[in-house]
Design a protein around this ligand. Structure first.
Ligand SMILES: [Fe+2]
Length: 359
């Protein structure tokens, strides 16, 4: 289905899950038909009344791909071509697409690798035959192949912080391609890595990647500035929101983190306003449109009211942020601290949309 969407071919995606699951996350452009209970109850005409555009292929979707197969069967005599998404939304959680990022006045190139359903954004940055991967979140083979296609050797792999919403693929990727694995110096992880303190740099061919320690979302959160033109912000700054400070923190700890985040954001706002902000996540599913999820700092500032408030207002606003934490985040953090993938299917742990932003 990824190929179909990437080619922009029209297809009707029919989501038959209960409404509350759909609110949580969905495939962009899909339509909803709440037939789940009826299908579960084996009602023979559960899909009756569903409006289908004529002669478009139909793909039915549910959580794991079983009920949607029954829905597909029921639609088969009505539609031109009917498929079901094998593995359902769990499998969809691993689907990805790409956007090439245009960087002005630098020969470095950046590819944004987006995990569509989860909204995880990772980056492959290349220059002079070398590349770095930041916040690897899809199958390591994907980055290896993308780099090879561009004539790059992945020399460095970096994470902006210890992630709570998805399993980091960075350690596995570094092993796979023989790259140096970097983490922020203060990261509490149990595997060996090259530490990056504030101001330290990594060279990708002729491009310079500078580490800026920006605590707040987590203590070790670090931004990476590429040739002073583009900023990989992880979960510190999104395009219209800031990172949440409360994961793994007591209420007092969350206030302290919020204060640190306020300082970190002030520091980032001091960068050139044309700097391109490239965040680690987005709350919305990422369409197959090839358009990067990125914006100049000046635009991010305009679209993020929280960046304009003073420290006290900022702290009380975001430390009181009570959105539920990402599903299974404690286990995900535990695994990311050891750099391990779980023995079971990782999509079981990673299900659900991203919840790393506040405001
Ligand atoms: Fe995060």
């Amino acid at each position: 289905m990824r190929e179909t969407l990437e080619r922009g071919e029209p297809v009707s995606v029919v989501d038959i899950r209960p409404k509350d699951q759909r609110v949580e996350w969905r495939i962009p452009g899909s339509v909803h038909f709440d037939a789940y209970e009826a299908l579960k109850a084996k009602a023979p005409h559960a899909m009756e009344g569903m409006d289908l555009p004529e002669r478009l292929p139909v793909v039915t979707v549910c959580a794991a791909g079983n009920t949607s197969a029954v829905a597909a069967e029921q639609l088969r005599d009505r539609a031109f071509e009917v498929y079901t998404l094998e593995g359902g939304m769990k499998a969809w959680s691993l689907a990805w697409n790409l956007a090439e990022v245009e960087l002005p006045e630098t020969e470095a190139r950046v590819v944004q690798v987006r995990r569509t359903g989860k909204g995880c954004l990772s980056y492959l940055a290349g220059s002079g035959g070398e590349a770095a991967v930041i916040d690897a979140a899809v199958d390591p083979e994907v980055y290896a192949r993308l780099a090879e296609e561009r004539g790059w050797r992945i020399a460095h792999v970096l994470d902006t912080h210890v992630h709570a919403d998805h399993l980091s693929r960075s350690r596995t990727l570094a092993d796979l391609v023989g790259a140096e694995l970097h983490m922020p110096e203060v990261a509490r992880v149990s595997y060996p890595f090259s530490p990056l303190g504030d101001g330290r740099e990594v060279w990708i061919g002729a491009a310079r990647l500078e580490a800026l320690l920006t605590p707040g979302h987590t203590t070790e959160s670090t931004n990476y500035l590429l040739n002073r033109k583009a900023l990989f912000t992880g979960d510190t700054l999104f395009l219209s929101a800031v990172g949440r400070p409360d994961l793994e923190a007591s209420p007092e700890g969350a206030r302290e983190n919020a204060r640190a985040l306020h300082d970190s954001l002030r520091r980032l706002l001091g960068l050139d306003e044309e700097t391109l902000v490239m965040p680690g996540h987005t709350r919305e599913p990422v369409p197959f449109d090839g358009k990067p999820v990125a914006a100049p700092l000046s635009e991010v500032r305009r679209n993020t009211p929280l960046l304009g408030v003073d420290e006290e207002a900022f702290v009380s606003k975001i430390a009181g942020h009570v959105a539920p934490p990402p599903e299974n985040y404690e286990r995900i953090v535990r695994l990311n601290r050891c750099g391990k993938m779980p023995e079971e299917d990782p999509t079981e742990l990673e299900a659900g949309a991203n919840r790393c932003a506040a405001g």
